[in-house]
Design a protein around this ligand. Structure first.
Ligand code: WTA
Length: 704
């Protein structure tokens, strides 16, 4: 009975702080045309039908050879899907549409400068461009099946062309987000042992032509320090024929792609038929230690999963004009700009620049002009557009049938603006919860069949059976009002295969925590630990609270605290550094750095600047800290570990918790006084945090 009482108390508490949101039903017009409108689909994907249920997704693809085993669990947790099957991802995204849709647009590229012409690329043209570039990679660069090629490309059609050219050859691509620094790119080159870097001279961002090739030189220098020598740098030019970077081309190493392509005009390359479980690409993400994790995604399972979820959850039909506003440099762009939409033969829009350039009406002008009817973006963009142009959507005559939010929790208020103003009350919204590691969605409503609830992603998607465990591995029941660790009980085709070169870490991070029996080859003994906190309401809908590990989610981008800290320590004056999240109205979370100086040095604004600059250089502008605080010492445990939750509490003006066990408890008041009085003076006091946000801050770095 004690348990029930406890549960009642916490439910009552939640009722006070956090009201249950009301449901929104999908409009009848949406339901009438939806790909998944018959509730029988839930039956088809019920647990009794697992894993065979995923044949429905795999059947969306064209296979060279049919698989004999849907799921092979003989080496857990290295699951293999569709074993025996063979296919080529490029054929599935391009070649197979030519017979019926050669002239249909595959991609529409919108440059950031508004006076520049939008480029329309048909499936036929995409096919030609991919083949020519594949011929170049094969014949000029000598890449072979299984080699890795790193890209550091911005949002131009050359990026999907490069990805699909690799896929055609069975070569593993590894795209590094264009906004990342040269050093970050170099580390990823070294980790994947790529001999080829594909980059671009320049691109537009916020009205500025950014010199991007300069980063390639930094990347190669860093890779060399780490023992990997790059042979060739292929440089696409933003304006073919014109070189817009200050960085010199290195003779014999750097080549302009547009020039090389002259030798490969109209060549075609036979697509390589790959085993379903051959790796298709790597996507690096941050984790709890410094070294980035190269998530290795498969060909057959991944492509089946993104095609299936694009069809049912994004409701993509071939005749739609689908606009996902993510960067292809992140997993969302790989799965839901390139592979999923193109596998379904739709038209996918790529926009080069920032949403608010030159003003907050830009996205709606683009949507109206292109007739985009599906829209996909992140809460950080929605917040920014709401702040800068709350009435802009009303002025434009576009109609979305469907919209997505992804990447971080969305506040119900922001959700309602998205629904009422951006969606004009007539678009369904899916709030899709998932991760780089997952390939595709894990939690979402099925838009025509399950009502929306602001702030909740919904239940597990088709064929995904989530559960919330407490620290001891006991199930936390739906409706108990208690938060815990959200896990997925079963494997699914989109799950990554391993961390590139670090299989032990793969097992340790994602499976060890709740594995019931390491000898078992029954998938039921190997729940996947997602690393997010969540609560499940009585209706089965999940509300995601955020990361439980040391990762800071800035505007939907995962940044590892260790990476931020190591970057700070490259500044010679710095002795120690700690990164913490601070709640930020626009970006969800921002980074704050606490640093202490080497003995005998005095604090100065120059040192603060150096730290911010070092982070920009090592990681990228997105990681730039909101503040750098120079402190006399860090709050530490008796064993010498920095207590991040204490400084996180100070930065966010929340309770710092028990500090009596610290080695130096007196320092806490010192730091608090310094930081908080400065924040008051700068008008940076955050609003009062919700109980969930307070919980997140208090749990930050809790493993310490
Ligand atoms: C968070 C992005 C709440 C979560 C696809 C996850 C979300 C991390 C949502 C993965 C959502 C993603 N609601 N939180 N709809 N989507 N997250 O790897 O903490 O860049 O673990 O993948 O973002 O970020 P990643």
């Amino acid at each position: 009975m004690a348990d029930a009482e406890e549960a009642q108390v916490s439910e009552a508490q939640i009722a006070v702080h956090w009201r249950e949101e009301e449901y929104y039903e999908p409009p009848a017009s949406f339901v009438a045309q939806a790909n998944a409108a018959d509730p029988a689909i839930f039956e088809r994907f019920s647990e009794e039908r697992f894993p065979e249920c995923f044949k429905e997704y795999a059947d969306l693809l064209t296979w060279d050879a049919q698989w004999h085993t849907t799921l092979d669990t003989s080496k857990p947790p290295f699951w293999k899907w569709f074993v025996g099957g063979r296919l080529n991802a490029c054929v599935n995204c391009v070649d197979r549409h030519l017979a019926t849709s050669a002239d249909k647009l595959a991609l529409i590229w919108v440059p950031e400068p508004e006076d520049e012409v939008t480029k329309e690329i048909s499936y036929q043209e995409l096919y030609t461009r991919i083949n020519e570039f594949a011929a170049l990679l094969r014949d000029f660069c000598g890449v072979e099946v299984g080699d890795r090629v790193t890209f550091h490309l911005p949002m131009l059609p050359e990026l999907p062309v490069s990805m699909l050219a690799c896929a055609r050859l069975g070569v593993i691509h590894s795209e590094v987000f264009g906004g990342f620094s040269g050093a970050a790119c170099g580390e990823r080159i070294a980790d994947s042992e790529s001999r080829i870097l594909v980059t671009m001279d320049a691109y537009y961002r916020n009205g500025e032509l950014i010199d991007h090739k300069a980063k390639a030189d930094e990347a190669l220098a860093r890779a060399r320090e780490l023992g990997v020598e790059v042979d060739k740098v292929l440089v696409w030019r933003r304006h073919p024929g014109e070189y817009r970077s200050q960085s010199p081309m290195v003779d014999g190493r750097d080549f302009f792609v547009d020039e090389l392509l002259e030798d490969h005009r109209d060549k075609t390359v036979e697509p390589v038929s790959m085993p379903a479980e051959a790796p298709l690409f790597l996507m690096y993400t941050s984790g709890t230690t410094g070294r980035p994790k190269g998530c290795q995604h498969s060909t057959g399972g991944y492509l089946a999963y993104v095609a299936g979820t694009s069809k049912y959850y994004q409701d993509i039909h071939p005749e739609d004009t689908y606009w996902c506003f993510a960067d292809i440099g992140w997993i969302t762009g790989h799965s839901y700009i390139v592979y999923g939409p193109l596998a379904l033969g739709t038209t996918s829009v790529i926009y080069e620049g920032v949403p608010t350039y030159p003003d907050a009406g830009r996205p709606w002008r683009i949507a109206e002009r292109l007739g985009a009817n599906i829209f996909h973006t992140a809460p950080t963009t929605i917040r920014m557009l709401r702040k800068l142009g709350p009435d802009e959507p009303k002025k434009h005559d576009y109609r979305f049938k469907h919209m997505t939010t992804v990447g971080e929790p969305i506040e119900p208020d922001v959700w309602r603006w998205y629904h009422d103003v951006v969606g004009k009350g007539e678009a369904v919204i899916v709030d899709t919860w998932w991760q780089t590691e997952n390939g595709g969605f894990l939690g979402s409503t099925l838009p025509a069949l399950q009502p929306m609830k602001p702030g909740s992603c919904g239940p597990g998607v088709l064929g995904i059976y989530p559960v919330i465990y407490d620290e001891e591995g006991e199930v936390i029941e739906a409706g108990s009002g208690k938060a815990g660790n959200i896990c997925i009980r079963n494997p699914w085709p989109g799950i990554f295969q391993t961390i590139w070169g670090q299989p032990e870490r793969f097992v340790e991070i994602y499976y060890e925590k709740y594995c019931r029996d390491k000898q078992s080859t029954d998938w039921r003994d190997w729940p996947y630990f997602a690393g997010d906190g969540a609560v499940q309401a009585a209706d089965g809908y999940f509300r995601i609270l955020g990361r439980v590990d040391d990762v800071i989610n800035v505007a939907g981008h995962r940044l590892g605290t260790k990476e931020l800290e190591s970057a700070s320590i490259t500044v010679e004056e710095i002795a120690e550094a700690a990164a913490v999240p601070v709640v930020d109205e626009l970006r969800g979370r921002a980074v704050e750095m606490y640093v202490s100086l080497k003995p005998g040095l005095a604090p100065s604004p120059e040192i603060e600047q150096k730290v911010a600059k070092a982070i920009e250089t090592e990681i990228g502008k997105i990681a730039r800290p909101k503040n750098v605080w120079i402190v006399p010492d860090m709050p530490k445990t008796r064993s010498g570990k920095i207590m991040r939750r204490v400084i996180a509490g100070i930065s966010n003006f929340t309770d710092v918790g028990d500090v009596s066990t610290l080695a130096n408890p007196e320092i806490v008041d010192d730091i608090r006084h310094h930081v908080q009085s400065e924040k008051l003076a700068r008008n940076e006091v955050p609003r009062e945090l919700s109980p969930q946000e307070q919980e997140e801050i208090a749990a930050f770095g809790r493993d310490e």
